[in-house]
Ligand binder design. Sequence first.
Ligand code: ADP
Ligand code: AMP
Length: 219
Amino acid sequence: MATLNLVLMGLPGAGKGTQAQMIVDDFDIIHISTGDIFRSAMKNETEMGLKAKAFIDKGELVPDEVTDGIVKERLSKDDIAKGYMLDGYPRNLEQANALETISSELNRDVNAVINIHVDPEILVKRLSGRFICRTCGATYHKLYHMPKVEGTCDVCGGHDFYQRDDDKPETVRNRMDVNMKMNTPLVDFYEEKGLLHTINGDQDIEDVYKEIKSILDKL
Ligand code: ADP
Ligand code: AMP
């Protein structure tokens, strides 16, 4: 297949950002994380960022019209012609239907959905140990994925790390509930379209990646 247009699915903490980093390096496609776009807008205190913050702080989804608009704008850019990987979008059936319309209008239809499956109990623990490079956004974990040199980001060499506000236990529980409710219909939607590939995300980061790569290599 000439162009890879992917959706990366999975509950919060399933490993989407971690795997996305490796996928875009290998397959040279554009990574679009709606969560990253919102965090950047919040940091820059844009109008959209301030609007999104009220929802994100509570672990709720940002309204569809805002999120769909962001994705439409990003998928319209020329660099997407090489292929894209959506991470954290769509998150509900309405967004999945919006993506159908957007991608077909742009002639950039999704050709595979990778669903990283991990038991929600494990995810709650994972999120409490997550920390992120402030310079480039690379994701680490206190127990499972430390930088090779302590205090130095493997990707950009930065030394400044932070924990996400929405990774605190009270917010994590609500985020998990909100996302679990939406997840099953979304899985069914892509299963019916014959696009879904479900991966066991409860194994070492490299082994998860091997499974994903073997699927993408065959497309
Ligand atoms: P998501 O983008 O799906 O929310 P992340 O990629 O940020 O998830 O991963 C959540 C946390 O779990 C991070 O701290 C990450 O380092 C860690 N992590 C990711 N994949 C695994 C894995 N297979 N095993 C253990 N920890 C993992
Ligand atoms: P993430 O980085 O994917 O965990 O997203 C962080 C937060 O951003 C979520 O808890 C939501 O509040 C918001 N968000 C990210 N993607 C979406 C989306 N597709 N729809 C609505 N809200 C989103």
